[in-house]
Write a protein that binds this ligand. Structure first.
Ligand code: HEC
Length: 267
């Protein structure tokens, strides 16, 4: 105990101890505190940790250990011994180990940095991830497995008034991104990655059931599951802005204006 106590009074030991504690606090303490206070962990980004937080701590500790001549001499003494000692075999051995280990570690680090990886790039995303079972719009739970567009007759034809309403909704809300001709050529489109969906492309709405579109329009990019999140979708969530009926109406318009047909359940 006395030995630990006296070595803790040493400036070099204090320097190292504070840096280790600071690292543990930044790395684990801050996320844990954030979790406690806000319910979500907020990890400190690695590059900030090593570019700002740790160097600042090291600088502060260097100021501390060099505050006066005696402290500075005390701080340097073991480092000096490590470099110049000739008598004590233990110290000489330690120096040799460090001289071999440091370049080895640096080499290993460089190797792992440049080693090519066979993992798929993180940008891969599923364009049409599986939808959830239900969404809640206007306080009403809509079962996506069974939901059908209430504005289609038994023959599948759209109700003309609902279609006209859908067109107006599109013109007010969607045209800026998805474009006049529904081909993803809206004013904002070229600034967005991924681009807005091109509804004239047979790979988009023609592949999907209307209930799938209902989900995508209601919950937009924020509602995508993790496998769909790879890119930053700018597609807004319209629940709260458009009513349930308005979402079904704009869906009518998307199919009617492009001449596409929704996929039917079971197809
Ligand atoms: C701020 C730009 C923006 C606006 C406004 C916008 N969207 Fe989108 N939308 C996107 C982007 C970007 C995507 C592609 C990424 C994605 O799937 O989330 C997309 C995707 C979609 C999809 C998915 C198509 C598919 O193949 O999966 C649908 C459906 C859709 N939008 C409908 C609408 C409707 C209806 C409106 C208007 C009520 C609208 N969007 C308004 C940007 C926008």
């Amino acid at each position: 105990m006395a030995a630990i106590n006296s070595s803790l009074k040493h400036k070099l030991a204090q320097f190292l101890l504070v840096l280790v504690l600071a690292y543990l606090f930044f790395r684990f303490g801050i996320p844990a505190l954030a979790l406690l206070l806000t319910g979500t962990p907020a990890p400190v980004p690695t590059h900030l940790l090593w570019a700002i937080y740790m160097p600042t701590m090291a600088l502060v500790m260097l100021l501390f250990v060099s505050a006066n001549e005696a402290a500075w001499r005390e701080f340097k003494a073991p480092l000096r011994t490590l470099v110049v000692e000739r008598e004590r075999r233990g110290v000489v051995l330690l120096r040799q180990v460090i001289l071999v280990a440091l370049p080895l570690l640096a080499g290993l680090w460089a190797f792992f940095q440049v080693r090519p990886s066979a993992d798929p790039p993180a940008e891969l995303r599923s364009v049409h991830p599986a939808p959830p079972d239900s969404v809640t719009v206007d306080g009403e739970v809509i079962n996506l497995r069974t939901a059908v567009n209430p504005f289609r007759g038994p023959d599948g034809l759209p109700d003309p008034e609902a279609l006209a309403a859908g067109k107006a909704i599109y013109g007010r809300n969607c045209v800026y991104c998805h474009g006049d001709a529904l081909d993803s050529d809206g004013l904002f489109a070229s600034a967005l990655r991924p681009r807005p969906a091109d509804f004239t492309d047979p790979g988009t709405i023609a592949q999907l059931q209307e209930s799938y579109l209902f989900w995508r329009i209601a919950q937009g990019g924020p509602g995508l599951p993790p496998e769909g999140k790879g890119w930053n979708s700018a597609m807004p969530a319209w629940e709260g802005t458009l009513s349930r009926d308005e979402i079904w109406q704009v869906i009518l318009y998307l199919y009617d204006a492009t001449g596409q047909h929704p996929r039917q359940a079971g197809e």
